[in-house]
Design a protein around this ligand. Structure first.
Ligand code: ARG
Length: 459
């Protein structure tokens, strides 16, 4: 005889190897609290339609509180027959309170229960994740607002392009993360729709008041089709994509600092507390923190891909394939928290070597400014660009820097060159041209800091 909750129609026991594969308790026990919260609300809803008495609901809620405490204190004893968190909690409740426990699951299925639990868990924990994200943003903001005077080369194709403020560079990462946080808020809206009351797939046959139930559980709304509700894992896929996107952002930040911390650049020094040494080469100081961030960024996308493949071509409603959703959710969550934390620590403690940043600037990076100089004298941009190119070529020919060409040499390229060209050979002046919103001029950088700070305060 089969003693499982669903064992009524079975005569033979489950094969031990299937038993092992089928069990999800080791993973989904992490949602014990959400499972209990959902059951308590469901019990109250059953009372409203007279499937439970007031006394029975009280016994169930008190019993569930004990179960919760056992989990919390780490004394809940998981038994061999506990397949998942739902069966484990119900089994334990029955041991504690007897008969009323056997009435709780009426009209409900683990199919609507598990999605409800996951949504409750996500709702709570995505907010925690958002705090880590915000903490990283404010770490970046703090640096950016204290280091506005530092200038560095801005790169495209990893080639020196134009001088920028270090703060402007730092803030570019903060803006990506701000977008991630905004996106998270949008996902949360879609998560907060309650599937409970969908049963196994057909709905609830006792006309349970789902709207009221949703209010008890603090959901903003309810799902409108039971078959869709039990099979919907879009919110998991969205979360996994979202996490990959954050991971990608962090990996790009990490890659920058790996490059900037190399001896060839030396723009930054990663703090001892976020680097490690080599067991062989005594001089080494490796940016392991950043390398781990970079690689985990990739593995988060792996989780997303792998779960999308689970979803692909799945027949309608619930299929056991979906059980893997929780592992993907928890693993992704944990990894993301850990890299957000390490990124914040690394960014907070790194040292920026402002002299190195500045000495990496060269006057050829001002070739664009030479073109703009001519534009300001009335030369059309395409022509000015061409003439500035000739300036670069001439300097290269002579083997000097473009700022060392004489006025005569410049005049031989264009008569529009005058003594005021001298003002162009100044990195700060170059940077200060970019006053329009979004540029690297100081006023624009300060404006970004203000915007991000007030966004942080508002949300
Ligand atoms: N542990 C299962 C899961 O996480 C719960 C739902 C089981 N439903 C079922 N019909 N077997 O997916």
């Amino acid at each position: 005889e089969n003693h499982k909750l669903w064992g009524g129609r079975f005569t033979d026991a489950t094969s031990p190897c299937l038993e092992k594969l089928n069990r999800s308790i080791d993973v989904d026990k992490r949602m014990y609290e959400e499972d209990i919260e959902g059951s308590k609300a469901y019990a109250k809803a059953l009372q409203s339609i007279r499937l439970l008495t007031v006394e029975e609901v009280e016994a169930i809620c008190d019993g569930l509180d004990i179960v919760k405490r056992e989990w919390k204190e780490g004394v809940f004893e998981v038994l061999h027959e506990d397949e998942d968190i739902h069966t484990a909690n119900e089994r334990r409740l029955k041991e504690l309170i007897g008969a009323p426990a056997t009435k709780l699951h009426v009209g409900r299925s683990r199919n609507d229960q598990v999605v409800t639990d996951m949504k409750l868990w996500m709702r709570l924990n995505l907010r925690r994740l958002d705090e880590y994200l915000r903490n990283l943003i404010s770490t970046i903001l703090y640096r950016a607002s204290h280091e506005t005077e530092i200038m560095m080369p801005g790169y495209t194709h990893l080639q020196r392009a134009q001088p920028v403020r270090w703060s402007h560079y730092l803030l570019s990462h903060a803006w990506n993360l701000k977008n991630d946080s905004d996106r998270l808020g949008e996902i949360l809206r879609r998560i907060n729709v309650m599937p409970l009351g969908s049963g196994a797939l057909a709905g609830n046959p006792f006309n349970i008041d789902r709207i009221n139930l949703a209010a008890t559980l603090d959901f903003d709304g309810i799902t409108q089709n039971s078959m869709q509700a039990v099979s919907d894992r879009d919110f998991i896929a969205e979360f996994l994509f979202w996490s990959s996107m954050v991971g990608i952002h962090l990996s790009r930040l990490a890659e920058d600092f790996i490059i900037y911390s190399s001896k060839e650049f030396e723009f930054v020094t990663i703090d001892d507390s976020y680097s490690t040494g080599s067991s062989l080469m005594p001089q080494k100081r490796n940016p392991d923190s950043l390398e781990l961030i970079r690689s985990i960024g990739g593995s988060l996308f792996g989780q997303c891909c792998s779960f999308m493949m689970v979803l692909k071509s799945l027949p309608s409603t619930y299929n056991k394939d979906l059980q893997s959703d929780k592992e993907a959710m928890f693993t992704t969550f944990d990894k993301l928290i850990s890299i957000l934390e390490v990124t914040a620590g690394t960014v907070k403690t790194l040292k920026v070597n402002s002299e190195k940043c500045k000495s990496a600037l060269n006057f050829e990076m001002l070739a664009t400014d030479v073109a703009y100089y001519l534009v300001r004298k009335g030369v059309p941009f395409r022509e000015a660009h061409h003439l500035a190119g000739q300036v670069v070529a001439k300097a290269e020919d002579k083997g000097v820097s473009i700022c060392d060409l004489t006025l005569e040499e410049l005049k031989s390229i264009s008569n529009n060159f005058g003594v005021d060209i001298g003002k162009v050979w100044n990195y700060e002046n170059s940077i200060e041209q970019y006053q329009a919103i979004g540029g690297t001029a100081k006023s624009s950088v300060l404006r970004q800091i203000k915007e991000l700070n007030s966004w942080l305060e508002k949300n």
